[in-house]
Design a protein around this ligand. Structure first.
Ligand SMILES: CCCC[C@H](NC(=O)[C@H](Cc1ccccc1)NC(=O)N1CCOCC1)C(=O)N[C@@H](CC1CCCCC1)C(O)(O)C(F)(F)C(=O)NC
Length: 330
């Protein structure tokens, strides 16, 4: 089997991307944020208090003839940005881009934090991390990818995110039309459940490439890139008027400032993030102060290659044993 579905940016700065999925019988369509940084598949549902729902599509298990409650199972998750949700668990038919799983665990939200309520374009998350991260108790559940893997032509999914345009999540095949040149594969460390790999170094603009190991996670669910402070200060030293603002929680600079590109290495391959991706967004609509798409990871304890980096490449998440991750230009 294979599957292919669109990844659509939810706003004009690509803060996140959503992908249509169908759940149950008759099919209920929701737009989910596919997230390689977590492993819970959870949805706004008929169990979510009306006060916490603001226009999101909901999944109603009682309207699905194939839904079954997973008795006594609950889940609760808190994300890096402090957002959180929790609830119950059903199993039901689940389809992404023509690829179906019969008994997928679908976690229904009984409580979502305010940031989820206010993000009206996200109806839930589909975790594509390793199933060891799943929070369902007493028995943890498998991700959609892990459930589908055995039936896939190849045990892979690929990510092709685009700036202000619809990209794709492909399951079970690698589409040669989506990339150029070779795919460079590097090992993945599956502890603690993320797609963790080691980049071979970086360069700022046309500067020399600094070879060094930068271990981090490839994370479709994180908007920006978070790297060690030394690298980030080296970058913003080249941006006139840039400051690390406690007030705005990161590096900001005059929107009129020229920004260098940022290049990162994967093995011998080099990937360049265009300046436009790093001039992430004005700190407020119409402001002439802009927030950077490259920020320090010092407070996080982990480096994150989020959407700003993923947009610059075609990435293969290879779920074979052992797993690897492949990066190609596009
Ligand atoms: C600072 C460290 C990373 C924070 C990261 N969040 C983010 O990157 C959120 C994503 C978001 C999307 C839409 C609306 C609102 C927020 N964006 C964000 O904090 N910003 C602030 C900086 O400007 C850019 C937007 C995160 O928690 N990512 C989660 C998944 C998101 C959770 C919130 C909803 C959208 C998905 C993650 O799973 O990828 C994780 F790996 F980080 C994680 O927490 N795993 C357990």
């Amino acid at each position: 089997d294979t599957g292919s579905a669109a990844a659509v940016p939810i706003d004009d700065v690509d803060i996140a991307y959503v992908t249509p999925v169908t759940i149950g019988t008759p099919p209920q369509t929701l737009q989910l944020d596919f997230d390689t940084g977590s492993s819970d598949l959870w949805v706004f549902s008929s169990h979510t208090p009306a006060s916490q729902v603001r226009g999101q599509e909901i999944y109603s298990p009682n309207k699905s003839s194939t839904a079954k409650l997973l008795e006594g199972h609950t889940w609760s998750i808190t994300y890096g940005d402090g957002s959180a949700s929790r609830g119950n668990v059903y199993v039901d038919n689940f389809t992404v881009g023509g690829l179906s799983v019969a008994q997928q665990a679908v976690q229904t939200a009984q409580q979502v934090s305010s940031s989820f309520t206010s993000e009206t374009n996200i109806d839930g998350l589909l975790g594509l991390g390793f199933s060891t991260l799943n929070t369902v108790s007493p028995k943890s559940q498998l991700t959609f990818f892990d459930n589908a893997k055995a039936s896939l032509d190849s045990p892979v999914f690929t990510v092709d995110l685009k700036a202000q345009a619809a990209g794709t999540y492909d399951f079970g095949f690698i589409d040669k039309a989506k990339y150029t040149g070779e795919i460079t594969y590097v090992p993945v460390n599956t502890n603690p459940g993320y797609w963790t790999f080691t980049s071979s170094g970086y360069a700022v603009g046309s500067g020399s490439f600094s070879s060094q190991s930068i271990t981090g996670i490839a994370d479709t669910g994180t908007s920006l890139v978070y790297l060690p402070t030394a690298i980030v200060t080296a970058y913003y030293r080249q941006v006139s008027g840039a400051t690390n603002s406690r007030n705005y929680g990161g590096y900001v600079f005059p929107c009129s400032s020229a920004l260098p590109t940022f290049t990162f290495g994967v093995g011998d391959a080099r990937f360049t993030i265009p300046s436009s991706y790093i001039s992430y967004s004005p700190i407020a609509p119409g402001s002439s102060t802009c927030f950077g798409g490259l920020q320090s990871s010092s407070g996080l304890g982990i480096n994150i290659w989020g959407d700003v980096a993923l947009k610059a490449a075609f990435v293969v998440f290879n779920g074979a044993n052992p797993p690897t991750i492949g990066w190609a230009k596009k």
